[in-house]
Design a protein around this ligand. Structure first.
Ligand code: FEO
Length: 393
């Protein structure tokens, strides 16, 4: 149990999840996560901003009890995903006067996922306000960050923007506010890569919309609160822009060393020519680290052996993940080996069809690569450097 004071009458009453190692049974969490829930006490009404994952509902209830909360009038639900909404049912049971305040779409999703009864809702529109007495909540619909029903709340008088997943980071911490900018940047970029990257376009328009508002603090429902909003807004603008970096990312797997030999030669050749290049051996790499790498690199070159007739199954999995995350990659290629044939490159290309990237001719070699094969690898590296130059990188 821990209650952290943000401002007089505003407390963070959620929970840290220090031991959680996976999100959505997919995303590695090297720093755990937090489910931030904020209690706002106005002169007339009290509001709770989001709740916590149901596994931590006891902590939320204890925190509310610890600071003596007798009544909650409104539970603001920004997003129906259960890590924020999953404890709404227990909250509205313990605090029977509480209304669940959300938009129309989120209401439907909360009814579907949590079976909350219709008469417990207060539906708000984009821009609508709700008075707590001396404090005012103003709601803004921000769809697709990262579900269709997402919204944010501006606490007008205090100039705090409560943003739920938007601008968040998976990081458990004993501190409410951001302390180490470098660490926070990395955690927020990892979060963006894994959760937000497929939604670059709606994020850009939502940022434009939020920039019209007057706030000097952003309080997401995961990770630290930003008392320097420009820090995270500028980072998001960079990540969602069409700009890419002069960088090559090389996810690879090798079973008997042939693909690895090609990958090492490719990486060394580029390094010697001053290029930024990062190999990720997918048998050991944390996929979140790899996802961060593809946020803004111009090129991805996949290294894979052929298993039966296709790419290594782990590479098919990684390609499907990249395809789902839709990075702004400009160029793609594949290098690797085969024993007697196969369709590894075609299968990978099919698995990456969401990317609007140019495929540079892959190099698949039979057996262990020869000197001649290594020359082909060098030619691929030269071609990529040329493409980067032509793209102004
Ligand atoms: Fe943190 Fe989309 O839930």
């Amino acid at each position: 149990m821990a209650v952290l004071k943000m401002k007089p009458g505003i407390h963070e009453v959620g929970a840290g999840d220090w031991d959680r190692t996976l999100f959505d049974e997919l995303i590695p969490l090297p720093d755990g996560t937090s489910y931030n829930s904020f209690l706002i006490e106005g002169s007339e009404k009290t509001a709770l901003i989001d709740t916590v994952d149901p596994s931590k509902e006891e902590i939320l209830l204890e925190n509310l009890s610890y600071i003596g909360v007798k009544n909650i009038d409104y539970v603001i639900s920004h997003h129906a995903e259960q890590d924020h909404s999953g404890s709404i049912p227990i909250i509205i049971t313990v605090y029977p006067k509480a209304k669940v305040v959300t938009n129309k779409k989120c209401k439907t999703m909360l009814m579907d996922h949590l079976h909350i009864k219709e008469d417990r809702f207060l539906v708000v529109e984009d821009g609508e306000e709700l008075s707590l007495g001396d404090r005012t909540l103003q709601f803004h619909i921000t769809p697709w960050v990262h579900w269709p029903e997402t919204m944010v709340t501006l606490l007008k008088e205090d100039k705090v923007l409560f943003s739920c997943d938007f601008f968040g980071s998976h990081k458990a911490s004993s501190k409410l506010f951001m302390e180490d900018k470098g660490q926070t940047y990395q955690a927020a970029k990892r979060y963006y890569a894994e959760i937000m990257m497929p939604f670059r376009s709606p994020i850009k328009s939502n940022i434009k919309k939020l920039e019209e508002l007057d706030f000097d603090m952003i309080a997401p429902s995961h990770g630290p609160v930003y008392n320097d909003p420009d820090f995270i807004i500028d980072a998001y603008k960079k990540w969602t822009s069409d700009d890419v970096k002069n960088e090559v990312i090389v996810p690879y797997i090798s079973m008997h060393g042939s693909t690895e030999k090609m990958v090492i030669h490719f990486v060394d050749y580029l390094m010697e020519r001053g290029m930024k290049v990062t190999p990720y051996n997918l048998t050991t790499t944390d996929l979140g680290q790899f996802a961060m790498g593809i946020v803004d690199a111009a090129t991805i070159v996949i290294g894979t052996p052929t298993v039966l007739v296709g790419p290594h199954p782990k590479m098919v999995y990684a390609a499907s993940l990249v395809n789902a995350l839709r990075p702004k990659t400009k160029f793609l290629s594949v290098i690797g080996s085969y024993g007697w044939g196969g369709r590894a490159t075609q299968i990978l290309e099919d698995n990456l069809n969401n990317l609007q990237a140019e495929m540079i001719e892959p190099i698949m070699v039979k057996g262990h690569p020869t000197r001649k094969d290594m020359k082909k690898v060098e030619r691929l590296a030269d071609e990529i450097m040329k493409k980067h130059k032509e793209a102004g990188l």
